[in-house]
Design a protein. Structure first.
Length: 78
């Protein structure tokens, strides 16, 4: 009787955690910049927060997607 052979199994990384992590980090950095940065004379504090944190979250999600693509590319077995 022969013992079963073990074969390596490769799991691909999941996209959603990368996107969400990047977006949350971008929101946190954008919020920090909006709160600590100089005040805009014609905008309220909430408008500044939306104008800085929103694009920060989008940019963070985009960077998370780029990191995902790099991890997926270099994690495959050859």
């Amino acid at each position: 009787m022969t013992s079963p052979q073990r074969r390596p199994v490769h799991r691909r990384p999941r996209l959603l955690p990368f996107l969400l992590t990047g977006a949350v980090i971008g929101l946190i950095i954008g919020t920090f910049l909006a709160v600590t940065g100089p005040d805009a004379p014609t905008a309220s504090a909430s408008q500044e927060l939306i104008a800085v944190a929103g694009p920060g979250g989008l940019l963070g999600g985009l960077l998370g997607g780029v990191v995902y693509l790099l991890v997926e590319r270099y994690s495959t077995r050859r």
